[in-house]
Design a protein around this ligand. Structure first.
Ligand code: SF4
Ligand code: SF4
Length: 591
């Protein structure tokens, strides 16, 4: 039997084009990786991580479990289209081998089999026919949700659709055309030959009542092939490139690669893996509270990918991490944002000349704990006074190293893009810490805490005061009198989502009073709006973000809002809605 027709050419060209572009792009990105990353790839290639990656590709690229956990309707949409299409290809391959008796054949045969074998008279034909119809039905049901989501995002549990580029739109229309055209092509052929199963067979019989299927089937097979060809040709330049790139990303990530201090070839895998699902828009307070809908990770990553980043887009972000937490592809968009930030005010050498490394140990001599309050804590003196009271009550030999001579930890200016200037602050503070000869560094600021941990390479451990106070309580160095005060706890972004400290502050508050819970806590906590990372929003927009957070925090009518960050405390206090305390103040008042 002749198993070729010219209508397969658009599909075949599209497929060859797609695979050629993917091979070239992947090779380019691999070449851009530094030697250390390439070594990591070779080292882990034959490891258990590779097996783990295969499993993750199955659960995330086909079943989309992470999306389903966060949003079951959206998950169903992705799963039905991706897994259904995958099964159509896999079963189609077995079906074509059963029909021809050949294992290796032209790829188009499995896709257009019903055209070449309109009457199924090979072994297990009915079983194959049933499963092919079943998975086509599954894909079509997902497609219905996708189309409904575009018109009314709420159908898929979303607040708003993502704005698409021209390539995205062409790819979207061709993708939406593929499966209805396949259904029609297979149904027309089934109707013309009295074959097909529960879906294509029944539909074919129905159409045969009033349509000349003999004449119509051929143009529909052409249309089906064209839609596939167009989709494959635009795919590398559209959001749908993620379908392939995410597979590469999963392997590379499990082999230990991540975006650290440079946007390397790995960063390209991250950029092209964004599916533009829009889940990062729905959780972003710039959208929900400040009504800014053009700067979220999806748009930032798209602009980075197309080299069209603007300063206002890069800097309009609180770096709160809510989008990273929501991202089903686990893209570290904040690190990309940080690395693309550059400061027009990158500080000339002489402006930090006063930051000479200190000559003498900090006041107080050798100690157990070096206490670094941080700039924001100095601007919120009740917190540092509370810490002093706690140290004294617990009889800790501490050294208040930035009481007189500290500098900013450096993170705020890194967030503004002035990375070189931050090195001077790091060197200065590092020498201060080392001269204290302390065995532990404690800070009251989550911003300093994260920066000390990740950017200072210290040889002593670092603790935020919430962790440290909890340790003092556990060691019975201090004890708290429990009251009936109802506390709600606000997780500061840098301490919670970005550093993973959730339990210790809660353990303290459970000892101090009654801890009430709200849905927006831990990973889902709102940002207080005071973030130093956003240099674009105005006072009113910040106010809306603070109010959104306070509204959620006060849902259970607590007596007191407790946080563990001087900046959050300041932001909340400005609204004057509820009594606000730092966790150190709660403890200092209760010991
Ligand atoms: S960054 Fe993540 S959450 Fe946002 S659109 Fe891309 S894949 Fe979706
Ligand atoms: S880090 Fe926060 S503010 Fe920035 S885009 Fe993500 S959710 Fe929005």
């Amino acid at each position: 039997m002749e198993i070729f027709d010219i209508f397969v050419i658009p599909f075949s060209i599209g497929m060859i084009f797609l695979f050629s572009v993917i091979i070239i792009k992947f090779a380019q990105w691999f070449m851009q990786m530094p030697k250390s990353e390439k070594r990591m790839v070779w080292k882990n290639f034959f490891s258990v991580q590779t097996l783990k990656s295969v499993w993750e590709c199955f659960t995330e690229c086909l079943l989309h479990l992470r999306i389903s956990k966060k949003n079951p309707r959206l998950g169903y949409m992705h799963t039905s289209i991706a897994f259904g299409w995958f099964m159509l290809i896999v079963i189609g391959k077995f079906q074509s081998t059963a029909a021809t008796g050949i294992w290796i054949e032209m790829p188009y045969l499995a896709i257009f089999l019903k055209y070449f074998f309109p009457v199924e008279n090979f072994q297990y034909a009915h079983l194959y026919g049933f499963f092919m119809d079943f998975f086509l039905f599954v894909v079509l049901s997902g497609l219905v949700v996708a189309i409904a989501k575009r018109i009314r995002p709420k159908v898929a549990g979303m607040k708003r659709p993502t704005k698409h580029t021209a390539f995205d739109k062409v790819a979207l229309v061709s993708l939406w055309a593929i499966f209805p055209l396949r259904l029609l092509a297979e149904s027309f052929t089934s109707g013309a030959h009295q074959s097909g199963d529960f879906l294509t067979g029944s539909l074919g019989q129905f159409f045969s009542l009033f349509l000349p299927l003999d004449l119509l089937q051929y143009p529909i097979w052409w249309a089906y092939s064209l839609s596939l060809g167009v989709f494959f040709c635009v795919m590398p330049f559209s959001r749908y490139m993620h379908i392939i790139t995410e597979i590469g990303l999963i392997f590379l990530r499990n082999w230990g690669l991540k975006t650290e201090d440079k946007l390397s070839g790995f960063a390209n895998f991250e950029l092209h893996s964004c599916s533009r699902c829009g889940m990062c828009i729905d959780v972003c307070q710039l959208s929900t509270a400040a009504k800014i809908n053009t700067v979220q990770s999806v748009y930032f990553l798209r602009s980075e990918r197309h080299h069209t980043l603007s300063r206002s887009l890069v800097n309009n972000c609180l770096m709160c991490g809510r989008c990273e937490e929501a991202c089903p592809v686990l893209i570290k968009s904040n690190q990309h944002r940080l690395l693309t930030r550059t400061s027009p005010f990158e500080t000339p050498e002489h402006q930090y000349s006063y930051l000479q490394p200190p000559q003498a140990p900090p006041k107080g001599g050798v100690c157990d704990v070096a206490y670094f309050a941080g700039c924001m804590t100095h601007l919120t003196p009740s917190i540092k006074l509370s810490m002093i009271r706690i140290f004294e009550k617990a009889e800790i030999r501490y050294n208040f190293i930035d009481e007189q001579q500290g500098a900013c930890c450096g993170r705020p200016i890194v967030l503004s893009g002035a990375k070189e200037a931050s090195q001077k602050m790091i060197a200065f503070n590092k020498s201060l810490i080392e001269r204290s000869q302390a065995r532990l560094l404690v800070t009251s600021c989550p911003i300093c805490y994260k920066f000390f941990k990740e950017n200072y390479t210290l040889n002593i451990p670092v603790m935020h005061h919430a962790e440290y106070i909890n340790q003092l309580l556990q060691e019975n160095k201090i004890s708290l009198q429990q009251t009936s005060e109802r506390y709600v706890y606000h997780d500061p972004c840098e301490l919670g989502r970005l550093s993973g400290i959730y339990e210790q502050p809660r353990a303290i508050l459970e000892k101090a009073g009654v801890l009430v819970h709200i849905p927006e806590e831990r990973e889902d906590a709102f940002c207080c709006g005071g973030s130093l990372a956003n240099t674009e929003i105005n006072y009113a927009e910040r106010g809306n973000i603070v109010r959104e957070a306070i509204h959620a925090l006060c849902a259970e009518k607590p007596d007191c809002l407790v946080t563990a960050c001087p900046l959050c405390k300041k932001s909340f206090n400005k609204e004057n809605v509820i009594r606000v305390k730092d966790i150190a103040e709660v403890v200092a008042d209760g010991i």
